[in-house]
Design a protein around this ligand. Structure first.
Ligand code: HEM
Length: 460
């Protein structure tokens, strides 16, 4: 418990931090990390708040104390840079906001930030509602009792939302191919992260590499088509792509490649994360029917018989918001992310050498029993209005200057989706409801989440 929530220490160096060793000679915990990184972080936790993982190559540290997370993300953020993982992401995202560094990152963040302010996100509520209503109509048309893979359904919904709001496009037949390509690209990136294979092996003509290249070509073609159509129409539009194109026209230094990279970043970062959270929410609501009923009642109370939510009403959905926040505590979509120490630092008295990878894991911290009593229990009351959450005990959107730019967008789209779908359907597990979280780039139920969507017939 020592040091939890305490300021990072600056005194003399202490003994080297404890090390989590693996059973494989030379490789240490690397094979275990490749299989299940969250299980490795959990094994590290009892050893201390700063633990080194034995892996070949470079030192890797897992941080379990919120004060140390804050040190890396906020207080000393200039020392902590993008990791080799981000270099892998560059194969897909190029030099977009998620992967770039100063000065490119700084300029891009300043350019894009206004589009993501809460007051600007309000104008997307209608498009978000239309996407959710279209999904509800499809479920209704499929008939009661049909088994859906909710994980896939939420991906389709979130993709539809991002395409409508960011690119001003209605859903099209090609979306299934795009969705499949997004999954393929993610699997490839996730599969390479803890891999020992040197960078050049990504160019070998292996089946996985070939599938990845095909997926990337599909994504690129879809984006370039949308960008091309917009340029041909000679209208910037009021959406994110419109902003990017307007900035390009105003000579802000954005070339076509950068427009593509930012658009691809929004498509990928703005889609799977919200989809993962919504998926977990349906799982949790099915395990807690009274909460599902209360969410339904809240939407009905605030929006009445109105088919689509409005921005004012969303602000009154206290319970639904708490459910979303609690779901992101238990199942943070970005279950961990990393930083590379550019120079040395000292954390909890331990020397952190330049070149070290720092592991920051919302999964680990947000399920720490020292910070969250009975941490595995789903309890939205933890986020009831007026409750205070200590800094960095909860950081599903990251923190510091590189905090998620899409947090208001994500919260709005999830509130909208739940207030459209929860009054119309109750979702049931098809089996006993047990799920196994699986971490690719986002945390998802392994093997999908088969559920039945039953129309709600009872009066609200
Ligand atoms: C539940 C939904 C979401 C979660 C949990 C989430 C989580 C995160 C996290 C943890 C980071 C920081 C990563 C780091 O520090 O290394 C991040 C960054 C980012 N997110 Fe999100 N995100 C979500 C939704 C979105 C949406 C909807 C968009 C866009 C429409 C988006 C775009 C981005 C971008 C561009 C960055 C990089 C920001 C930068 O480095 O300046 N995210 N997100």
């Amino acid at each position: 418990m020592m040091g939890l929530l305490a300021a990072a220490e600056t005194g003399p160096a202490r003994a080297a931090p404890p090390v989590l060793r693996g059973s494989v000679p030379l490789l240490g915990v690397l094979p275990a990390l490749a299989r299940n990184p969250l299980a490795v972080f959990e094994r590290a936790r009892p050893l201390g708040d700063v633990v080194r993982l034995a892996v070949p190559g470079r030192p890797v540290f897992v941080l379990a104390d919120p004060a140390h997370v804050r040190r890396v993300l906020q207080e000393n953020h200039a020392n902590y840079r993008r990791t080799p993982f981000h270099d892998q992401l560059k194969s897909v995202l190029g030099e977009g906001l998620l992967t770039s560094e100063d000065p490119l990152w700084h300029r891009q963040r300043r350019l894009l930030q206004p589009a993501f302010r809460a007051e600007r996100i309000r104008r997307f509520v209608e498009a978000m509602g239309a996407a959710a209503a279209a999904l509800a109509d499809r479920w209704e048309a499929a008939g009661p009792g049909r088994v859906l893979d909710v994980s896939r359904e939420m991906s389709d919904l979130a993709l539809d939302v991002v395409v409508r709001c960011m690119f001003g496009q209605e859903r099209r037949g090609g979306d299934a191919a795009i969705s499949a390509a997004v999954h393929e690209a993610q699997d490839w990136v996730a599969g390479r992260f803890w891999s020992l294979a040197p960078g050049w092996t990504e160019r070998l003509p292996t089946p996985a590499n070939r599938r990845f290249r095909r997926a990337l070509a599909t994504l690129d073609a879809a984006l370039m088509r949308i960008i091309g159509e917009r340029l041909a129409a000679r209208e910037a539009g009021n959406d994110l792509l419109g902003m990017l194109l307007a900035a390009q026209g105003e000579g802000a230094g954005l070339d076509e490649r950068q427009v593509r990279d930012e658009a691809m970043t929004m498509l990928m970062a703005g889609h799977e994360t919200s989809a993962a959270t919504l998926t977990w929410i349906w799982h949790l609501l099915a395990c807690h029917p009274p909460v599902a009923d209360a969410v339904r009642d809240e939407a009905a109370r605030v929006f009445g018989s109105q088919a689509r939510p409005d921005p004012e009403g969303l602000g009154r959905l206290d319970l639904t918001r708490a459910v979303i926040e609690e779901a992101m505590r238990l199942y943070p979509p970005a279950a961990w992310f990393g930083r590379l120490a550019a120079g040395s630092d000292r954390i909890a008295g331990h020397e952190i050498p330049a070149g070290a990878i720092m592991v920051l894991s919302p999964w680990l911290v947000q399920r720490d029993p020292r910070l969250w009593p009975d941490p595995d229990r789903f309890d939205p009351a933890r986020f009831a209005p007026g409750t205070r959450v200590a800094p960095y005990t909860y950081f599903p959107f990251g923190g510091g200057p590189r905090t998620c730019i899409g947090n208001h967008f994500a919260m709005t789209e999830m509130l909208v989706a739940l207030s459209v779908l929860a009054p119309r359907f109750r979702l049931h597990h098809t089996g006993d409801g047990s799920v196994r979280p699986e971490l690719l780039v986002t945390l998802r139920p392994g093997g999908g989440l088969p559920m039945r969507a039953e129309p709600r017939t009872e009066a609200c």
